[in-house]
Design a protein around this ligand. Structure first.
Ligand SMILES: Cc1ncc(COP(=O)(O)O)c(C=O)c1O
Length: 416
């Protein structure tokens, strides 16, 4: 069970809304910092452990700066994400660039920043060499195919477009060694929102085994393994948080058995989590603006799926709190909807909630990762502002809301 708490009271959020009208995402800085510190402590047995925050989960440079202060790097997968990392003063090997189907200009920028470049395919060795020259340190993304089971959100590895096969990865490191590269890393990313702790231990075992094989078959000494992200969070109150201590202990055991015993130490351990870092500490704050009773009972919010795609995209559950009605009877069944002309623009379907009146503040939980980030402009809907609830209780606007001018910025009406 996970208690669905809020970092603000009804009167506090009303005060915030006075200055910053709904809808908005608000992020809890104190909780994010505490969580970041806890992750580093959990892996303190490995003094080279580093988390590269997956920028795609929450591409706000103010949050990247906070995470940098906590010792995190940035995992980027596009030109825009590289620029965001740079703006947050994250550069050099504090950036890991994990892209796929990558345009040349993105490799050029990554190389210029001194990022660790993680190649998604064996053919990208030549592509990189031709476009930027080869770097001193190279990493490859491993796709184990049928050797690993699937994960509901990301699908089966063998059907995923990402990464190199086992044979290709052996060949890829051989080629890079022949080309004079001396520093190597190994990466994988197989799961998404996975709540089985053993999945991550199995991933570490798989990578450590591959490090041993690469040492024997190619004669290279791996500098780091990146276990990827995909660690899940309990979106539903009846779910439990992942036991990170258990995961860390399992990885440590595998590390000792496979890396230390084979004298392949030192080997740095990296991760590139997004969701577990900021997900539970973001909230989409909205107002109920319409009630509609037809074949079902609807509550219309002033937010829509442009602000949060996950329910529409995956049928994902997000917990909902109606401010001031936390202890009321949950005796009404509602579809909680947005205004998009898509019938899947529903934050919740058949959800038992207290009676909602127009004007009520409705808070959607766990929007701190893959929330704002996924938003889009279909129907001309504009993305909301983002706020930071700072450690001293004050609130900072860390991204303004889009305006119609932003939406029309790529059109030249004068030529009509
Ligand atoms: C390459 C890569 N790394 C890291 C992540 C972060 O995943 P999560 O936020 O589930 O930890 C993703 C998510 O899509 C990804 O594609």
């Amino acid at each position: 069970m996970t208690e669905k708490k809020l970092p603000f009271t009804k009167s506090q959020i009303e005060e915030i809304i006075q200055k910053y009208p709904t809808p908005f995402h608000i992020y809890d800085e104190k909780a994010i910092r505490e969580n970041a510190k806890k992750l580093i402590k959990t892996f303190s047995w490995c003094d080279t452990f580093k988390e590269y925050f997956a920028v795609k989960a929450n591409p706000n440079p103010y949050l990247l700066k906070i995470l940098k202060e906590e010792g995190f790097g940035a995992d980027c997968s596009s030109l825009a994400e590289l620029v965001l990392a740079e703006k947050a003063s994250i550069t050099g090997e504090n950036i890991m660039f994990t892209s796929n189907d990558t345009p040349a200009e993105e490799y050029v920028k990554a190389k210029k920043l001194g990022a660790i470049i993680n190649l998604d395919d064996i053919t990208h060795i030549d592509f990189l060499e031709q476009n930027t020259g080869l770097p001193d340190l190279i990493c490859f993304r491993y796709n184990p195919g049928p050797l690993r089971g699937g994960n509901a959100l990301i699908g089966k590895p063998e059907e995923a477009k990402y990464g190199l096969t086992k044979d290709q990865i052996l060949e890829a490191y051989k080629i890079c060694k022949q080309k004079g590269i001396k520093r190597f890393g190994l990466h994988t990313m197989l799961a998404s929102n996975e709540l089985d702790p053993n999945y991550f231990i199995d991933t570490a075992i798989m990578l450590f085994d591959l490090v041993v094989d690469l040492s024997k078959e190619v004669g290279i000494k791996m500098e780091f393994v990146n276990l990827g992200g995909g660690f899940g969070i309990p979106y539903r109150p009846e779910q439990n948080r992942l036991d990170m201590d258990y995961i860390s202990a399992g990885i440590k055991k595998a590390f000792e058995e496979k890396i230390v015993k084979n004298k392949l130490n030192p080997l740095k351990i990296f991760m590139e989590c997004g969701r577990i870092i900021t997900g539970p500490y973001g909230y989409l704050v909205t107002k109920a603006i319409h009630k509609k009773d037809t074949y079902k009972n609807y509550i219309g919010l002033d937010a829509c799926m442009s602000n949060l795609m996950r329910p529409a995209l995956y049928g994902a559950y997000h917990h909902i709190t109606v401010m001031g009605k936390e202890n009321a009877l949950f005796d009404k069944k509602y579809d909680i909807v947005g205004s998009l002309c898509e019938n899947n623009d529903k934050f919740a379907i058949d959800r038992m909630l207290p009676k909602i009146d127009t004007g009520d503040i409705v808070v959607i939980h766990d929007t701190g990762a893959h929330g704002f980030a996924m938003g889009f402009n279909y129907n001309g809907k504009l993305r909301s502002k983002e706020l930071l609830l700072k450690q001293d209780g004050s609130v900072e606007l860390i991204r303004r809301a889009e305006t119609l001018d932003d939406y029309f910025a790529t059109l030249d009406f004068s030529k009509l």
